[in-house]
Design a protein around this ligand. Structure first.
Ligand SMILES: Nc1nc2c(ncn2[C@@H]2O[C@H](COP(=O)(O)OP(=O)(O)OP(=O)(O)O)[C@@H](O)[C@H]2O)c(=O)[nH]1
Ligand SMILES: [Mg+2]
Length: 446
């Protein structure tokens, strides 16, 4: 067993601040004896039974009282003996109790240490561990549902199935290596190529296709509103976000700074940015605002170009903006009935709340909503995407090499590389180098 797993770790598992309950978690071989010393108890706690106890300091004075819960290895979160001390949610009391645990032999748990131990003891695979952090960090219900799929092992299962198929194909190819060239059945290599294409490359391509959406569900996306002055950009920011965040005024050039507001569209966390109206100006402050607007348009995931239906001079993109993702024409209520908007503009009226739902749909679609079913476990992290891309590249090279019997041995090496890349996702094989990266995102106590 690695040296760091031999120590018993402890940490406060509940967030900092006041709360009804505060929990300290212990994991390791000494968790049970330490809990018994802490409570001056002679008999061991029975697993999975709640005990109301007083926790005592070295002089026998009460630190706090609460529930002791013992989970015996291997049927615990970490796969080791785990004790939870559920006391009052006071940082002073929890800190005193934690110090007492350290005095009795525990060491401080690193960020994500409990989940890391769970992976090392085979209680969950690495993609499930990432599901834990995704559940904690999910900013919307939809993200939380996807995180639960990962936690339940659905994403890991998809990857494992692909790895099993790949293993079978590799075994076939390797079996052929021992045959003289003339004995390889005529269509054998064609069939292998077809098999890789249908059973591996196509599903991997579909997963990569939905990766942008999956990652945005967790990391959020940015949408910026740009357009000429006075077209209703700030009004649109307010109506989309449902907050009276930006100043709206009939005067052109009202907004100077970039304003940000966080909200969600169809369960995708979105940061919406309002910007200064795009025009040339002698006013240095306004000009700075315009420069910032252009800069944001380069960075955003979605650029909304807003025009005014009653003013044709606002309908064309200014020189500094080469394109936009969604073209919106506002104030349709103020335009004459025979007004012909340019093609491709989405008509809205912020004043009459018309077209707003359509615009929301258009933003969500632009962010990848609808590319795949919500029932499928998605790629949600750059780490997954990177491993799948590497796996796919190796498979593509393998398919090319399989065109010729002379390069069959090189093709099998590529198949092995693809397998190793997919194995990184679930954390099989040599994973020590991946663990630090994955668990650095965790909080202490999880
Ligand atoms: N008739 C009509 N007026 C609107 C609509 N949306 C906004 N306005 C009005 O248009 C004016 C400008 O609105 P803002 O939201 O401040 O426009 P803006 O594009 O942010 O303007 P700047 O910050 O100056 O660039 C205000 O008087 C709004 O009430 C609409 O749908 N119909
Ligand atoms: Mg404005």
């Amino acid at each position: 067993m690695p040296a760091h797993l031999q120590v018993t770790v402890a940490a406060i598992a509940t967030p900092a601040g006041r709360g009804g309950i505060g929990i300290i978690r212990l994991s390791g071989a000494e968790a049970l004896p330490i809990a018994m010393q802490l409570t001056c108890r002679k008999a061991a706690f029975s697993p999975r039974t709640a005990y109301l106890c007083r926790w005592l300091d070295a002089d026998g004075h009460c630190i706090d009282e609460g529930i002791v819960l013992y989970f015996a290895a291997p049927a615990s979160y970490t796969g080791e003996d785990v004790v939870e001390l559920q006391g009052h949610g006071s940082q002073i009391l929890l800190q005193a109790l934690l110090e007492r645990c350290f005095a009795l032999g525990c060491v401080p748990a690193a960020a994500g240490e409990f989940t890391r131990r769970a992976v090392l003891h085979g209680r969950m695979d690495l993609s499930q561990a990432e599901g834990v952090i995704a559940c904690i960090d999910a900013a919307t219900q939809r993200a939380a549902k996807q995180a639960q799929r990962h936690l339940a092992g659905e994403f890991g299962d998809v990857i494992t199935r692909l790895m099993d198929r790949l293993m079978a194909i590799t075994a076939h190819a390797e079996a052929c290596l021992d045959f003289p060239e003339e004995e390889i059945p005529p269509l054998f290599l064609d069939e292998l190529q077809q098999n890789i294409h249908t059973n591996l490359l196509l599903p991997l391509a579909a997963m990569l296709c939905a990766a942008d959406f999956g990652e945005r569900l967790f990391n959020g996306a940015t949408a910026v509103i740009v357009g000429a002055p006075n077209v209703g950009k700030s009004s649109l920011l307010n109506v989309l976000s449902g907050r009276d965040r930006a100043i709206v005024n009939a005067q052109a050039g009202t907004t100077r700074d970039v304003l940000e507001v966080d909200f969600e569209i169809h369960g995708i966390p979105v940061r919406l940015l309002d910007t200064a109206g795009l025009r040339s100006s002698n006013d240095a402050v306004e000009q700075e605002g315009v420069s910032r607007a252009y800069a944001q348009a380069l960075l955003a995931d979605v650029v909304l170009f807003v025009a005014d239906a009653s003013r044709a001079d606002t309908w064309t993109l200014p020189e500094g903006l080469s394109s936009a993702d969604i073209y919106v024409i506002n104030k349709t209520d103020a335009a004459s009935d025979d007004c012909l908007y340019p093609d491709g503009f989405l008509p809205i009226s912020v004043r009459n709340r018309q077209g707003i739902e359509h615009l929301m749909d258009a933003i969500a679609t632009r962010l990848g909503d609808g590319v795949c079913s919500d029932e499928a476990p998605l790629i949600t992290r750059a780490r997954h995407r990177d491993a799948i891309k590497r796996g796919r590249e190796s498979l593509q090279v393998a398919v090319t090499l399989l065109a010729d019997e002379a390069t069959l041995d090189l093709a099998t090496l590529q198949l092995r590389c693809a397998h190793a890349a997919l194995a990184e996702i679930v954390g099989r094989g040599d994973i020590e180098h991946i663990l630090d990266r994955v668990f650095s995102e965790f909080c202490v106590g999880k």
